[in-house]
Design a protein around this ligand. Structure first.
Ligand SMILES: [Zn+2]
Length: 326
């Protein structure tokens, strides 16, 4: 592969931009981060990204670098390198981030939505290693996903495939961020768990959770619902179980659609552990046809660095056409 051995990875989030200088084995040589402050506008955020990349490549000759991989909040048109209109980056609309960064940095840039990048990261460096078919779901504030099918990341038209969180699981269910009702994300994300937890506190049905938030429903988040459940709060347990069962339906749908060899669940909510995984697996297995019942449904392996490692993995696909296995 010549002298090229390094990638600069950028994980662009709604609150933080993180960057790292990495080799293709996923080792971090340098790293830095700064607040995103998207409210200051596109130009300011671009300046911060460029600043971090310059820090990462200081003293490194360009011919040692494959380029810059960027994971961004979706939806992202990965084929044209355009960020479409992410809820987490208000005011960003059809931003040609790949072209803008290539022009300022003089390096090749590859862009993917953060969930797709995370799927690639898990496939290359995490719990998906060695498989040709992986379904990855991240359950945190929202629900996103990425599908590795037949040894390549499934992109779809405009690179918009695998917005798994917006499949309808309950017609007439709660309103989703996307405007629809009853999406997987509206039923089982961290936001959904917090919403149900807050309602239980307001209704006086969750005494332990209520104590954890000092009676203030607006302080309920998914982590606290998990803590209350661990301490025996029946309402909190019920809320997590219901969310987990909805996720089981979502996973069953993914098994039928993509026939993965393994399903990986990442994101903050996955840290609820067995309280999430046991009901989710049970429901998924009840609902799938027999050939899918043995497919493992496992926690993802990479944690806080999954976004950066996913951005590195964008360069493991040498042809840029997402077809080379790690
Ligand atoms: Zn939705």
């Amino acid at each position: 592969m010549g002298p090229r051995s390094l990638v600069i990875a950028v994980d662009l989030g709604g609150t933080q931009v993180r960057a790292a200088l990495c080799d293709l084995e996923g080792n971090f040589l340098r790293r830095a981060e700064c607040p995103t402050k998207p409210e200051e506008g596109l130009e300011a955020v671009l300046g911060r990204i460029v600043g971090l990349v310059e820090q990462m490549r200081s003293g490194i000759a360009n011919d040692r670098l494959f380029g810059v991989g960027v994971g961004s909040p979706g939806p992202v048109d990965a084929r044209s390198g355009v960020i479409i209109s992410p809820p987490n980056l208000p005011g960003w609309h059809e931003v040609a981030l790949q072209a803008l960064l290539e022009e300022r940095l003089g390096l090749p840039v590859r862009l993917a939505n953060d969930a797709n990048a995370a799927a690639l990261g898990e496939w290359a460096f995490g719990a998906g290693r060695g498989h040709r078919n992986v379904a990855y779901v991240t359950i945190s504030t929202g629900i996103g996903g990425g599908i590795i099918a037949d040894g390549r990341l499934l992109l779809g038209h405009r690179g918009l495939a695998a917005e798994v969180g917006h499949m309808t699981l309950l017609p007439g269910g709660p309103r989703c961020n996307c405007g629809n009702y009853g999406c997987w994300e509206a039923l089982a994300s961290g936001t959904a768990i917090a919403r149900e937890g807050a309602a239980a506190v307001r209704a006086g049905r969750a005494p332990i959770l209520s104590r954890l938030v000092e009676g203030m429903p607006e302080r309920v988040d998914a982590r606290r619902v998990g803590e209350a459940a661990a301490q025996g709060d029946e309402a909190a347990r019920g809320i997590i179980q219901q969310a987990a069962e909805y996720s089981g339906i979502g996973v069953a749908n993914l098994l039928h659609l993509y026939s993965p060899e393994i399903v990986l669940i990442g994101g903050g909510v996955s840290r609820l552990g067995d309280r999430l995984f046991v009901p989710m697996r049970r429901v998924a297995r009840q609902r799938v046809m027999p050939p899918y019942r043995e497919v493992p449904i496992e926690p993802a392996a990479l944690r806080a660095d999954v976004g950066l490692l996913g951005a590195v993995a964008l360069f493991l696909e040498e042809d840029g056409g997402k077809s080379v296995e790690p």
